[in-house]
Design a protein around this ligand. Structure first.
Ligand code: PLP
Ligand code: COI
Length: 371
């Protein structure tokens, strides 16, 4: 068994994930169309936190977990997750077969989510090494096509079987994987949500708490039947300004600039959002973080202004919005996207190793320096 070295210092950190496999990936063929989350990889990574320490994550067959019916996460929602991707390396910049996108940034956000919910941190090196090892084992399930990926879902939840309203003392860390298309492959319709809120000041909106998503389900379900795929949330206090979509940050192209709402404790600091902000300058785009008033935006769209709206996130990459609606019966169509397709292609080229990117964004799987 080899030893993992710290990415910056080269110092020895931990033993890598041990392997305990009862399942293989041979013989699995990818469905066409692939869709999202339809085929779960038969192998997952798993580790438990007990007596104040994490055990070494291991790869094991994807099978149901044993969980007490009074496990903490089931009653009090002490559960978090991340959404990440491994892309097939389609370029010549790296030697490895696949690339993780900004894995240390996801590890860091995972730990911020954990801290917010009173959960233990997991060593970032262990987190990334575990993902690398999982992806290496699942290499046959990393799709070869541009824009497809092996979607990775690290999650952590409290498993202590006690009903006291206190943090769990035992946790489960699991990473499951699914070869997938982007969530949205065509422009979407978004519903401006005026009744419910996603996040309140001081709440958990700025981390990936599982409950944030459950809280959107009641609002979203009836809208899906009307063809709306995402809720576009407004600030909880005034309901006047855009915050983000249920699973994406929001950008608006308006008067030659790209705007996105500034981060706050009610907006998830998206890694895709940050990537776009960093790429704007080199791509000759002017991007600004600034509050976006929904009334002003709708008035401008109705007046025929040249406006483009899109969401961005790991699962979706970049999804253009073709129409907006809300409970007042308001319906507006947006003109065809101009910038979003260019940004999407550029970002995907980075994901697939076809275009260079800032250090740490393209993380080659399987080339970690070994002791
Ligand atoms: N906002 C929310 C609420 C999300 O769930 C996501 C997806 O993870 C995003 C934004 C985009 O974040 P990222 O780009 O890090 O995937
Ligand atoms: C992702 O984009 O990866 C996410 O985690 C969003 C999730 C709600 C599906």
């Amino acid at each position: 068994m080899s030893t993992i070295l710290n990415r910056d210092t080269g110092a020895e950190r931990i033993a890598p994930a041990s392997v305990e496999l009862k399942a293989g990936v041979d013989g699995i063929s990818l469905p066409d169309p692939l869709g999202f989350g339809n085929l779960m990889a038969p192998i997952m990574a798993l580790a438990y936190y007990r007596d104040g320490a994490w055990e070494t994550p291991r790869l094991t067959a994807l099978e149901p977990l044993q969980l007490a019916p009074h496990a903490q996460a089931l009653h009090y929602g002490q559960a978090i997750f991340e959404g990440m991707k491994a892309y097939r390396n389609l370029g010549a910049l790296f030697q490895s077969p696949s690339l993780l996108f900004r894995p240390y940034d996801h590890a860091n956000r995972f730990n911020r989510s954990a801290a917010r919910l009173g959960m233990p941190a997991i060593d970032e090196e262990v987190f990334v090494a575990t993902l690398e090892q999982l992806v290496a084992h699942l290499d046959k399930l990393v799709p070869d096509r541009h824009a497809q990926s092996l979607y990775l879902r690290p999650a952590m939840f409290g498993v202590t079987d006690h009903l006291s309203v206190t943090p769990s003392t035992e946790y489960c860390f699991v990473v499951v994987a699914t070869p997938s298309d982007a969530f949205f492959t065509t422009p979407i319709k978004a519903w401006i949500e005026r009744r419910y809120s996603r996040a309140g000041a001081g709440g958990t909106g700025c981390v990936k708490a599982a409950g944030n998503y459950a809280a959107s389900f009641a609002a979203a379900a009836p809208l899906r039947e009307q063809g709306f795929q995402q809720l576009l949330w407004l600030d909880a206090n005034q309901r006047t300004h855009l915050e983000e979509f249920t699973a994406m940050n929001v950008f608006v192209r308006w008067e030659g600039k790209l705007f996105t709402p500034p981060l706050s404790d009610t907006i998830l600091p998206g890694i895709t959002r940050d990537s776009l902000l960093q790429l704007a300058g080199p791509l000759g785009l002017v991007m600004e973080e600034r509050p976006i008033a929904v009334a002003e935006l709708l008035a401008a769209i109705r007046a025929g202004a040249d406006i483009e709206l899109f969401g961005c996130g790991t699962g979706s990459v970049i999804a253009s919005v073709e129409a907006l609606g809300d409970e007042t019966g308001m319906r507006v169509n947006l003109p065809p996207a101009v910038v979003a397709p260019t940004l999407r292609k550029h970002l995907l080229d980075i994901h697939h190793g076809l275009t260079p990117a800032p250090k740490g964004w393209q993380w080659p799987v399987g080339t970690r320096k070994q002791a």
